[in-house]
Design a protein around this ligand. Sequence first.
Ligand code: ATP
Length: 513
Amino acid sequence: MTKQEDQFKKVLSHAKEYGYVFQSSEIYDGLSAVYDYAQNGVELKKNIRDYWWKAMVQMHENIVGIDASILMHPTTWKASGHVDAFNDPLIDNKASKKRYRADVLIEDYCAKIEGKINKEVDKAAKRFGDTFNKEEFLATNGRVVGYQEKINTILARMGASLEKEDLVDVKALIEELEIADPLTGSRNWTDVKQFNLMFGTKLGASAETAMDLYLRPETAQGIFVNFLNVQKTGRMKIPFGIAQTGKAFRNEIVARQFIFRMREFEQMEMQFFVKPGTQKKWYDQWKETRLKWHLSLGMGAENYRFHDHDKLAHYADAAADIEFKFPFGFKELEGIHSRTDFDLKAHEEFSGKKLQYFDHEENKSYTPYVVETSIGLDRMFLAVFSNSLQEEALENGTTRTVLKLPAILAPYKAAIFPLVKKDGLPEVARKIMDDLKWYFNVFYDEKDAVGKRYRRQDAAGTPFCITVDHETLEDNSVTIRHRDTMEQKRVKITELKELIQSEVAVKNWLQRM
Ligand code: ATP
């Protein structure tokens, strides 16, 4: 097993063991690519959602939120293009009977070449030491330049073929590159086919009158169809945004990466309506703003990168992903898309209703352009969780498992322990708990030795542990231990609230943006 696979396995088992994520319907052996959030997971997920909402809605006067339904009028999906074009290119391996996304097989092939580039860089960095200039090396080293050109050629050809729906060429590319089934090594492939990812369902009691519906594959369309309602009732002036978080459903072809690719997942999307012609400026600005939001969480700038799309969706004039370094490599975490006026125009056409904005300054009506930011909440959860899970070697030769979640996102902000279960210590600890729970989610634990309780909270991701001991009875002081530094300090009970607050105040985190 590679180091990456090993780390990913640890993430999965830790998520289960510490009550973050369970397989859905586990007692029936689970449902593939569907997961449940457990007692700690639901808190982490909520905190990520709140952090996004705070940054996107509360901090922007010109962005408001909505909560549209999962079920929408079926014509929505005709207009949006999802009925005709929400397809993934599918390919089956005849020998192994495994199903793959053809584009992902090719992208993974390129990722391997990229791995070779990284190896060359590491080798050269060692050889040249302090004088090593990475940019120069990437631009001039013959072997590396060759690798990069190969990647560019492959991706450009794939992008062009997918754009033209030339699936024969996508298969030809897989064959030319001699891509084999990663599980069995077989190169016996079927043709590439398109597969629509929407889940269908029915509305209505009788079979004859029932209406065919879809579970929404993205939250964005709920925003577009409400564009004019919100603009009018909220007296919104362009540029303005509408934000939404909620479930989306996709019948994904390949779903083998835990909560990275699920069939039921949650999106956090914001559609920003702008004057036609200004979309490039806003697209660049939202790319920058969204990256800053990620960086504010302190998970390491080196773990993020932009990826500009080679293949644009049918609605876009520019698109980029913010990619994150997951345990299985750099992958899309968030998309920023310049969607033009495609959606509003399409809904106008299909509904026969005008969806235009009257610009008082210009004294004319127009269909706004849209810049979208779209992030998967579950993917963000996986990014945070996998990045935070660390094995740390301690000075005394032992190791500890610690989940270094950004404190603002941690399910519990503090755990409170009486040193022993007697002498009135539990009562004092309970009293502290009762005071603090008005402000923070806090946890009480009196079982096992304190060292063991510390370790449990380290692994669960709780930033602070507060221990009540016999001295507390005399001078109202307690020990507060910090998860990351393991440093212990003696403080007054009355100081606790402020101390925790300083570390979990949303203002302190978002101000780093
Ligand atoms: P991918 O290329 O990985 O399939 P996408 O480009 O289809 O993703 P978008 O349609 O742009 O994704 O959706 C926006 C965001 O929603 C993605 O950046 C991702 O974070 C999230 N997302 C999309 N599909 C899934 C899924 N099946 N499971 C979890 N999150 C998802």
